[in-house]
Design a protein around this ligand. Structure first.
Ligand code: F6R
Length: 611
């Protein structure tokens, strides 16, 4: 989604801005722009499409050689088409300031009407331009940029991370934030501004996170932070967690492929210190919530994280008997909340910045629920909101399509469910837990067996890349795997793919089946194996081409499948983690054959910071 970078110091600002924006590209965007300050003048350059277009535009500009202060932005369109004119930075009538903005200004129409009456002319369709005019208008009265921004934020409804420069405010950049992340990177004789760590990690490992409703003056040597009532903020300088190396493709063609291949280590990493052996208890020292009186669990998440939550439901209910619901955050926030002090809410999010999930979590906190956050970003807004944090530490995920973070979320949920079960004196399930822990410990090597033997998956991907529609079917604990496999395929290849409970096929979707619609079935030894096999027979009888992903198959059943991918033997309970790897690879290679932009699929963003 949108990304912000700002710089003030001694380096050529353009280099820092373009480098920072390139590290935010993975989030998904459709246009880019920069504003550069020099001798009481501001020049703005914007381009639709990829960052390369902006680089071309600025490459011979004189100001790039001398300017040491600037702001930059990549935009993911919310208001108005992804055109150059709608790209940020935006300015006011007299072009005395430049502003970049992440978030959505909810009352921009009302503000715009007021500003039109004051004589402002609007050139774009964006909500951000309204803020540019509002700040400019305030500045003409108070002549202080920080105060003009502070006063403006009092009138703005909605979410914003703002970064503002004014021609007359030579030594400063003003920033402000509400419900959208913003941090100030601290350097020596230089300071940085970013909406996310990767934008500035090449330059500094120290940063100050702004809190909601704060505004700050950033000079090259100082940072002054104020709350909305003008009192001083006492935000601390924090250490940033990322190493620059994590942003490299390490020889892989795409980040997605690299991240799929990291999953063995991701599992080892999350198990480390938490699950040592099948005989020992799971240790989750960071979970400080008192779980004794929890009578119900609600899992709240979006997209792939929601699918991890669905697996979590199976796992938690099976091991603990605690009723567990899984809610898509965007639906949950507009319903009557039944959470109370005996409810444990688990918020799952790779980015920790998904606006819908953040809103839902704030709502359940008001109801007194305890909140556990499972995220890959311990520095995120969501991590800060939770009562306890399960940091999945999968390393930064650059590809928009979530893969290794999904794997780590699954593992976090397995570990948490075991932790709940082992501490539950009502049921003794030592033997069952021991078996599960044993299987979990074997996951890394089994994942690597799949990754080291992927030629067959590549061949099958090629064979099926021409189809326009797919159905993914499974039952039980792998039903969410079918949903996730279908989501991976559609988001990166733009093929229409639907995940369906296999038993539901005959209640409707079977009508669509013929030889133009492949059915991918996920089968694992266990209670639903024979049932899924019967559903495969039903599909085959309608001439559907059948791809099986199975942990073993009798010779007599093999022949109903057109193609069969056999994964290492694994218990049904833990199998979603292995099947997911196969489906990720299939989606990746099919999208590759179709020549799609695998890491940055159209219209998608890595971190969805608007509701
Ligand atoms: C799909 C994908 C999305 C995210 C969703 C939630 O590959 O990545 O569906 O899972 O946007 O994002 P997070 O997990 O950051 O809350």
């Amino acid at each position: 989604m949108c990304g912000i970078v700002g710089y003030i110091g001694e380096k050529p600002a353009i280099d820092v801005l373009l480098n920072g924006l390139s590290h935010l590209e993975y989030r998904g965007y459709d246009s880019a722009g920069v504003a550069l300050y020099e001798n009481s003048d501001i020049e703005i350059y914007k381009a639709s499409g990829k960052l390369i277009n902006l680089k071309e535009l600025v490459k011979d500009k004189e100001i790039c050689k001398t300017s040491k202060k600037g702001i930059g932005h990549i935009r993911w369109a919310t208001h108005g088409l992804p055109t150059t004119v709608n790209a940020h930075p935006h300015t006011c009538n007299c072009k005395s300031l430049a502003i970049v903005h992440n978030g959505i200004i909810e009352n921009f129409q009302e503000l715009k009407e007021e500003l039109l009456k004051l004589g402002c002319n609007f050139v774009s369709e964006t909500d951000t331009e309204v803020v540019a005019h509002l700040i400019a208008h305030k500045y003409t009265k108070c002549k202080d940029l920080l105060e003009a921004v502070r006063l403006s934020t009092l009138e703005i409804k909605g979410a914003y991370a703002l970064c503002v420069m004014h021609k007359n405010a030579e030594d400063e950049i003003i920033v402000a934030k509400r419900n959208a992340p913003l941090l100030i990177g601290i350097g020596e004789g230089e300071n940085f501004i970013a909406s996310d760590i990767p934008a500035i990690i090449d330059y500094t490992k120290k940063a100050i996170y702004l809190n909601d409703n704060q505004v700050a003056r950033v000079t090259k040597d100082t940072v002054e932070i104020y709350n909305s009532d003008k009192s001083q903020g006492n935000n601390k300088v924090e250490n940033l967690p990322f190493e620059p190396i994590s942003l490299s493709k390490m020889g892989y063609k795409h980040y997605m492929l690299k991240e799929i291949h990291e999953q063995g280590d991701v599992v080892r990493n999350i198990l480390s210190g938490r699950l040592i052996s099948a005989e020992e208890d799971v240790k989750l020292d960071n979970i400080t919530i008192d779980l004794k009186n929890i009578s119900r669990i609600q899992i709240i998440a979006c997209g792939t994280s929601y699918h991890a939550g669905l697996v979590g439901k199976y796992v938690i209910e099976d091991l603990t008997g605690i009723p567990t619901d899984v809610e898509a955050s965007s639906e949950y926030i507009y319903r009557n909340k039944t959470a109370n002090k005996n409810t444990l809410v688990i918020g799952i999010s790779q980015s920790g910045e998904t606006a819908d999930t953040i809103t839902a979590i704030k709502q359940v906190k008001e109801k007194g629920a305890k909140v556990l956050i499972i995220t890959n970003r311990p520095d995120s807004t969501m991590a800060r909101l939770g009562d306890s944090l399960f940091s999945i530490d999968a390393g930064i995920e650059v590809s928009v399509a979530a893969t290794k973070s999904y794997m780590a979320q699954l593992l976090a949920l397995y570990l948490f469910a075991i932790y709940l079960a082992q501490n539950n004196p009502r049921v003794d399930m030592k033997a069952k837990l021991k078996e599960i822990k044993h299987d979990i410990l074997q996951l890394p090597s089994k994942i690597e067996i799949i990754l080291n033997n992927k030629d067959e998956i590549i061949e099958i991907s090629k064979k099926y890349s021409g189809f326009k529609d797919f159905i993914f079917i499974a039952r039980g604990i792998n039903y969410p795997t079918a949903l996730e496999g279908a989501l991976k395929l559609k988001e990166i290849s733009y093929i229409n793919a639907t995940g369906y409970p296999a038993g539901e096929l005959k209640h409707g979707p079977i009508a669509m089946l013929d030889d133009s619609m492949p059915v991918l079935a996920i089968l694992n030894d266990g209670i639903v194996y024979d049932k899924v096999l019967s559903n495969c027979q039903e599909a085959r009888a309608r001439q559907a081409r059948l791809i099986g992903v199975a942990s073993g198959m009798d010779d007599k059943n093999k022949e109903i499948f057109n193609d069969l991918i056999i994964i290492p033997k694994i218990s049904d309970f833990v199998s979603p983690a292995l099947h997911a790897v196969v489906l990720q690879l299939l989606a990746y290679y099919i999208a590759g054959y179709l020549g799609k932009d695998v890491d940055q699929p159209r219209n998608l963003a890595k971190s969805v910071t608007v509701e």
